[in-house]
Design a protein around this ligand. Structure first.
Ligand SMILES: Nc1ncnc2c1ncn2[C@@H]1O[C@H](COP(=O)(O)OP(=O)(O)OP(=O)(O)O)[C@@H](O)[C@H]1O
Length: 359
């Protein structure tokens, strides 16, 4: 019988210590109603969907566990959504852990020993796993076996323990930080791309129905165009516009209401918010257009460098507003123009020591 259950800390049997509360999906969910439940409900990412679908169908037909999957891409593009839909489609249990919360092998142990045959263990932010935990995972992923050291010093001995075959799904915003041995243990590796305006419009229209929010198609298109190619952002903008329509209009999201709501939240024509513009303005005004190191920009903005690298920069790079060069970040001509400034004479990011970096 297919089971459809997400294990929470309460489900973990004693004496196994429960995972920290932050690893339970419900506590991280922005709006559970909006998250697709099955892969076929997911919009966009068609190529990734098709490849994972083939692997899921084959695993089900053969009655074997699905191979380990690594998903990477900027935040909010659907990594967790894939990781929660896949076990539902397979009809198996799901456990969720966060790389940042697994400080030592003993923290991972309960997840591995609790994993049922064919079940899925999802590790979010897998690039944050410490080396010792990562190495502990190698035999678990490859041979479904773990090596536990008991005792200390001369009395220490290693015990091998067999695990039930399971599927690991890892998600990361930074594949570059993963060691090659860990990366190579994932049979399927997929990169999630930003969504098109068409796809985001479909998401807005679908979610407006779920939120019981009457909306004009032109307004849905407007919201989609201002959402940085990201489903999480489109959902947040939709909720804001819906609140605005309730509070300042008759509840219907018309194009005019959407325009007013987005202007009030200071989202510009490209979908950039205040944080994005502060980043660009800092490079322009404090660093004369760059190059500037991300640490220096982060200090100036009083922000964490990781937030800039993971959340702010990917979309600005994709839009060609900044480039990453070997000497740091630089505004492009388009970046200058977006800030209403005239670009400098010299072409940006093309001198020998300022070649754009690709990762
Ligand atoms: N393909 C999709 N179709 C429809 N909605 C989606 C899709 N992908 C994501 N979403 C929506 O966007 C929200 C954010 O997605 P999700 O949590 O899966 O992103 P993520 O890549 O795991 O982000 P993070 O790296 O921050 O964990 C989800 O709650 C869901 O509502």
């Amino acid at each position: 019988m297919p089971r459809e259950r997400i294990l929470s800390s309460e489900d973990q049997s004693k004496p196994t210590p429960p995972p920290p509360p932050s690893t339970v999906l419900e506590s991280r969910e922005e709006d559970p109603a909006l998250r697709p439940k099955h892969m076929k409900e997911m919009i966009g990412q068609r190529a990734v969907y098709e490849r994972i679908r083939v692997a899921v169908d084959a695993a089900m037909m053969r009655g074997e566990p699905l191979g380990h999957i690594l998903l990477d891409g900027p935040p909010g593009l659907g990594k967790t959504t894939f990781a929660t839909c896949i076990p539902r489609d397979l009809g198996v249990e799901l456990q969720i852990a966060s790389g940042a919360a697994l400080a030592a092998p003993k923290d991972l142990l309960p997840y591995l020993t609790n994993a049922q045959e064919g079940s899925v263990l999802f590790i979010d932010e897998i690039h944050r796993l410490p080396k010792a935990v990562e190495e502990f995972m190698y035999p678990a992923m490859e041979d479904f076996r773990i090596d536990i050291t008991l005792g200390e010093g001369v009395n220490a001995r290693t015990v091998n323990m067999n695990l039930r075959p399971f599927t690991m799904i890892g998600a990361t915003t930074r594949t570059g930080l993963l060691s090659a041995p860990l990366r190579d243990r994932f049979q399927i590796r997929e990169h999630l791309e930003f969504y098109s305006e068409e796809e985001l419009t479909t998401i807005v229209l679908r979610n407006a129905v779920i939120l019981k929010c009457p909306i004009e198609e032109a307004a849905a298109r407007k919201i989609a165009g201002c959402s940085r190619g990201t489903p999480r952002v489109v959902n947040n903008r939709l909720r804001w516009v819906r609140d605005y329509a309730t509070s300042r209009a008759d509840g219907e999201v018309t194009l005019e209401v959407a325009d007013r709501a987005l202007a009030m939240s200071r989202v510009d024509s490209l979908g950039l918010d205040q944080q994005d513009r502060n980043y660009l303005e800092t490079i322009l005004r404090v660093f004369n257009g760059g190059p500037a190191g991300v640490e220096a920009i982060a200090h100036t903005l009083n922000a964490a460098p990781d937030t800039l690298t993971d959340e702010v920069e990917p979309f600005l790079l994709r839009e060609g507003l900044v480039v990453r060069t070997s000497r740091g970040r630089k505004l492009t001509n388009r970046g200058y123009e977006h800030l209403g400034q005239t670009p400098p004479e010299e072409p940006v990011g093309r001198s020998n020591d300022e070649l754009p970096l690709f990762e």
